[in-house]
Design a protein around this ligand. Structure first.
Ligand SMILES: *[C@@H]1O[C@H](CO)[C@@H](O)[C@H](O)[C@H]1NC(C)=O
Ligand SMILES: *[C@@H]1O[C@H](CO)[C@@H](O)[C@H](O)[C@H]1NC(C)=O
Ligand SMILES: *[C@@H]1O[C@H](CO)[C@@H](O)[C@H](O)[C@H]1NC(C)=O
Ligand SMILES: *[C@@H]1O[C@H](CO)[C@@H](O)[C@H](O)[C@H]1NC(C)=O
Ligand SMILES: *[C@@H]1O[C@H](CO)[C@@H](O)[C@H](O)[C@H]1NC(C)=O
Ligand SMILES: *[C@@H]1O[C@H](CO)[C@@H](O)[C@H](O)[C@H]1NC(C)=O
Ligand SMILES: *[C@@H]1O[C@H](CO)[C@@H](O)[C@H](O)[C@H]1NC(C)=O
Ligand SMILES: *[C@@H]1O[C@H](CO)[C@@H](O)[C@H](O)[C@H]1NC(C)=O
Ligand SMILES: *[C@@H]1O[C@H](CO)[C@@H](O)[C@H](O)[C@H]1NC(C)=O
Ligand SMILES: *[C@@H]1O[C@H](CO)[C@@H](O)[C@H](O)[C@H]1NC(C)=O
Ligand SMILES: *[C@@H]1O[C@H](CO)[C@@H](O)[C@H](O)[C@H]1NC(C)=O
Ligand SMILES: *[C@@H]1O[C@H](CO)[C@@H](O)[C@H](O)[C@H]1NC(C)=O
Length: 634
């Protein structure tokens, strides 16, 4: 008395679908039913199941819609479920994803079902093979036996964040595609395993024991599980027409499924379920459903024990009349050969019974999703700049397929963090987004060769781990924030910026960071000071000539030179160009009547340092002369 189930054929036919269609596909609370590849904004109620499907535009932004070949479509294939008549294929990019945001949010339990029907949609008659991932974990390698093979796979999994990513990965064996994607919320206290939330379950078999005609599905099954009819030749099917209570636990198997059952033909034999797995490390969890369907006399009992490969799992157990119960193994069943026996106890008058069974393979979740702050920051960057890269699914996961231009730190203790972001030559326009500063673990940021404008923002200073920053080839204005310059000067940051961002002027040469101030107090409230940048033209002269920089400095310095406020206004073109910011306030670009470029430093009223300090600094500068310091003019 054996059920032979061979692993490896995870394909179940899209076993449709019997139950009466509800008047209007309602009550599908929390269901997400996607007909992949359907026309834009298309919605319909599937005639066979009563389930409302929608096209996939809201869930993915890549791929192309395709229809299956007419040879396999309606009316040539009258039993084809409507969701399988079209598909979305992903010729571009190695990872493409659907993002599902279920209403119940993170930490809730879901059943997710993906279906694939190739049906020669591309006219190539060449069966593709590709990988399917759930979040950062390999779910399945999708393989087809033939052109008309329908591959359907189901997983039961806790959501580890608000979003669930279902990703198709091109492994170089054909273009990935998907036909239908369905998500059903489950009661989170069901399908428990010893691994809790750190494993997901992959459906291996789900059998409606004792049924001969068709399977239960929505609306009979509120979770829309698909039950395959099954009776072993050595079993005898029994059933009851009476209503069965299936509300005793969260599993809520459909009454139609529980009303049918089987017992061994030879009453002294056990019921036996046998399956094999090609990988001896595979771990299984089995959920057995029992309800008494025969009305027994009081002095007659049906009692049984359950064992796996000879070791007891559970028992003795008596099924209750017209009341469903679920029994599962608490420890994973590990091995290549699996034999579950349900056998009557010595004091049982009747043979055992079985109403339904689900067998799942556990998949341990060893990769976690990217740190959620980083995810939010990257999503914000993606929308701000309308990034055209194939940025799909989780940024860092799976480890093998992070987003393009991104690298992460996968330390085992905390979720992966983004440490490297390269958006060089990515046609970014507009200001530098504040979201960049939310990537707190970032060590390297390359934004070179884009059309970025606006200032080099202060918030970049919040990236405390930054070791490399490239802003070259943009049209940014203003100088690099002081803190970044300081880190760079201290050798902790490799800073690459356009010249105008170093000193505020397009014509100043790189590495001549020179702005040293001079004071001249003016007006009662405000002190103005002019410091001088030595002209690069002059410097050139010094270099070619025999004069020392100091001589040049002295020549310019005419130390006690005084400037009136209107002269300063004119020199700076009414303080038009800010080239930097120091402890005392803003520094402006000025051009003296002789054509000499100068830096004009103004003591701001809001400066933390006062006029006295400002004067002190100026007086100090008056006395110091060095070739690497700009000369003080007045
Ligand atoms: C698929 O077929 C439907 C109906 O025949 C048609 O409206 C739709 O445009 C087709 N889609 C593609 C991508 O060819
Ligand atoms: C295609 O493969 C499936 C699954 O292996 C099988 O059930 C079906 O009979 C095959 N169909 C044809 C036409 O070979
Ligand atoms: C999950 O939700 C809880 C409460 O809503 C929240 O505190 C937690 O940060 C969320 N986790 C993730 C990974 O989104
Ligand atoms: C088979 O289907 C018929 C009607 O379609 C129903 O009356 C009968 O109860 C079903 N039998 C089982 C065992 O489910
Ligand atoms: C889930 O099932 C448990 C156990 O039967 C039950 O107590 C709980 O109310 C159910 N939760 C929901 C949301 O239905
Ligand atoms: C029923 O099973 C028992 C124990 O395996 C065996 O001895 C007996 O011959 C079987 N009866 C029939 C009718 O096969
Ligand atoms: C068996 O499964 C384990 C874990 O999933 C995997 O590491 C191993 O490579 C598999 N072995 C074979 C022979 O497929
Ligand atoms: C059960 O009780 C009935 C009468 O109430 C009796 O005829 C029958 O023999 C009893 N069966 C057993 C197994 O004791
Ligand atoms: C059934 O299991 C119980 C313990 O769970 C054990 O005491 C009993 O002997 C078992 N019965 C049989 C027939 O194996
Ligand atoms: C990765 O993160 C760990 C833990 O925070 C840290 O110790 C390590 O230095 C990081 N590695 C890199 C390359 O940033
Ligand atoms: C960023 O990518 C470009 C090519 O797209 C490459 O030239 C550059 O070196 C990369 N930057 C870093 C910091 O790796
Ligand atoms: C840079 O910006 C200025 C004004 O902000 C504009 O005139 C100039 O054309 C821009 N240059 C480039 C290369 O975009």
């Amino acid at each position: 008395m054996t059920v032979e189930i061979s692993i490896g054929s995870l394909q179940l036919l899209f076993l449709c679908i019997l139950a009466a269609v509800p008047a209007n596909g309602q009550l599908q609370t929390g269901f997400i039913s996607i007909d992949c590849g359907g026309p834009v904004n298309f919605k319909y109620v599937d005639q066979d199941t009563g389930i409302s499907y929608e096209s996939d535009g809201a869930y993915t932004d890549t791929g192309t819609n395709r229809n299956i070949s007419s040879d396999y479509a309606y009316p040539n294939n009258p039993n084809l479920p409507q969701p399988l008549s079209d598909l979305r294929s992903f010729p571009q990019g190695n990872k493409n994803c659907y993002t599902l945001r279920p209403a119940a949010g993170n930490a809730s339990l879901y059943l997710i079902r993906a279906s694939f029907f190739y049906a020669n949609y591309d006219g190539l008659n060449d069966l593709p093979q590709f990988d399917l991932y759930l979040d950062a974990h390999l779910w399945l390698t999708v393989k087809f036996s033939n052109v008309s093979d329908v591959v359907t796979s189901e997983t039961v999994s806790f959501a580890s964040s608000e979003a669930i990513y279902v990703c198709l990965v091109n492994i170089g064996a054909g273009v990935p595609f998907i036909s239908a994607l369905e998500l059903r919320p489950l009661n989170s206290s069901t399908y428990d395993s010893e691994y809790g939330k750190s494993a997901s379950l992959l459906l291996f078999q789900r059998l409606n024991v004792g049924s001969t005609n068709g399977s239960g599905r929505y609306p009979d099954d509120i979770y829309d599980r698909i039950w395959a009819p099954y009776v072993s030749p050595s079993w005898e099917a029994i059933n009851t027409p009476l209503a069965v209570n299936t509300n005793e636990n969260g599993y809520k198997a459909p009454p139609e499924v529980i009303q049918t059952a089987a017992r061994p033909r030879n009453a002294s034999e056990p019921l036996e379920l046998h399956w094999t797995s090609s990988n001896a490390t595979d771990q299984f969890f089995v959920y057995l459903y029992f309800a008494e369907v025969e009305q027994l006399q009081r002095n007659i009992s049906r009692k049984f024990n359950i064992s796996w490969n000879g070791s007891p799992i559970s028992g003795p157990f008596s099924s209750r009349y017209l009341n469903a119960a679920t029994i599962s193994n608490s420890k994973a069943l590990v091995g290549g050969e699996h034999r579950i026996m349900i056998y009557k106890t010595a004091d049982s008058a009747l043979p055992p019974i079985l109403n339904a069974v689900e067998i799942y393979k556990a998949r341990l979740l060893d990769e976690s999703l990217t740190n959620s702050e980083d995810v939010n920051a990257l999503l914000s960057v993606k929308t701000t700049y309308q990034i055209k890269k194939n940025w799909a699914g989780d940024p860092c996961g799976p480890k093998k397929y992070p987003w393009e231009g991104l690298a992460c730190n996968y330390s085992s203790l905390i979720p992966p963090q983004v440490i490297y972001l390269n958006l060089s030559s990515s046609t970014l326009n507009g200001a530098i987004a504040a979201a960049f500063a939310k990537l707190l673990s970032l060590e390297s940021l390359d934004l070179s060769n884009n059309g970025l404008t606006g200032p080099v923002p202060d918030f970049l200073e919040e990236l405390k781990n930054l070791k490399y920053l490239n802003l070259r080839g943009n049209n940014l204005s203003g100088a690099v924030p002081k803190a970044l310059l300081e880190t760079s000067n201290a050798g902790l940051l490799t800073l690459s910026v356009d010249e105008q961002n170093l000193c505020g002027s397009a014509s100043c040469k790189r590495k001549k960071r020179i702005i040293i101030p001079v004071v001249s107090s003016l007006l009662s409230v405000m002190a103005l000071c002019i410091a001088l940048v030595v002209l690069w033209q002059l410097r050139r002269k010094w270099k070619s000539g025999t004069g020392s920089p100091n001589e040049g400095g002295r020549y310019l310095a005419s130390e006690k030179r005084h400037f009136t406020y209107p002269e300063v206004v004119s020199m700076t073109n009414n303080f038009q160009t800010v080239i930097g910011k120091g402890g005392f306030g803003d520094v402006y670009l000025g051009i003296m009547s002789e054509g000499i470029q100068v830096a004009v430093k103004m003591l701001s009223a809001s400066s933390s340092q006062g006029l006295r300090e400002f004067r002190t600094e100026a007086e100090l500068l008056m006395r110091i002369h060095h070739r690497n310091l700009s000369s003080f003019i007045g």
